[in-house]
Ligand binder design. Structure first.
Ligand code: ATP
Ligand code: PRP
Length: 220
């Protein structure tokens, strides 16, 4: 953050793929594909702009500490891990999905999720799950998982899961159904507060280009 190199933190996979057109709108092109390269620092077509590749849930950490000037993170990650010290001026409307509660098909969720009851919930999002069920007055035992949440109800590790749903194909393939919508999720531009001040001339045009690209996408 202290030099004039602009560092952008991205995760590979869907965020990287869906960010490429936004970067292109600001005339930024990464020179390697993180899916095929083992490099974690990827140069771009600008000598003073680079992309670093980190895990989705680590993006806010790199930006908060100024190791990256800005990055792109899912709202799920920001709600779960907090967004202290980050400026997030723009919903990029990419990687859209929904945070849902899901159970095995046929499981009588309505009667076991009354206020005062107790449920076992498997999730990668313990804070989001705890908040959701505390608002309903339902007691929960949270089992923290790091992936493949859909398996948990099938092998009776949990009664329900809290996870992201987009097409619904993963739930369907595993004979699960969504029973509650917690919130809508999309990716946000997050910026280190000091970078925004110190590198304003470099960052502001990128925000403007991203804003225009998002607007154009939402009109299509
Ligand atoms: P980590 O490696 O930190 O565990 P991850 O495996 O969740 O991260 P991705 O699957 O690439 O990483 O998801 C990155 C972001 O994309 C999530 O934080 C979420 O905002 C969004 N996302 C996750 N699943 C979907 C989906 N099925 N459809 C659309 N967006 C999604
Ligand atoms: C996410 C999420 C679901 C799936 C939902 O997993 O955890 O499993 O997407 O998408 P769908 O409704 O379109 O099927 P992801 O693909 O990121 O895999 P992961 O288990 O590695 O997180």
């Amino acid at each position: 953050m202290t030099n004039n190199i602009l560092t952008i933190a991205l995760s590979k996979g869907r965020i990287f793929d869906e960010t490429l057109p936004l970067l292109a709108s600001a005339n930024i092109t990464p020179l390697e594909n993180p899916e095929t390269s083992r490099k974690l620092i990827i140069p771009t077509n600008h000598d003073n702009i680079r992309v670093i590749i980190v895990r989705a849930s680590d993006v806010p950490v790199y930006v908060r500490y100024g190791a990256a000037d800005f990055g792109i993170a899912g709202k799920d990650v920001l709600i779960e891990h907090g967004d202290n010290g980050l400026y997030h001026p723009l919903d990029l409307k990419i990687a859209k999905c929904r945070m849902m509660v899901a159970v095995r098909k046929g499981f009588d969720y309505a009667s076991v999720s009354q206020a005062g009851s107790r449920l076992r919930i498997a999730t990668k999002y313990p804070n989001i799950a705890r908040d959701h069920f505390s608002q309903k007055g339902v007691h929960v035992d949270i089992i923290k998982l790091y992936g493949s949440m859909e398996l948990a109800p099938l092998v009776e590790l949990s009664d329900a899961i809290v996870d992201l749903v987009s097409t619904g194909n993963t739930l369907k393939a595993n004979n699960l159904e969504a029973v509650e919508h917690i919130c809508d999720i999309s990716s946000q531009l997050i910026i280190n507060k000091a970078s925004l001040k110190l590198k304003h001339l470099q960052i502001q045009p990128i925000i403007t280009n991203f804003t225009n690209a998002v607007e154009k996408n939402s009109q299509q």
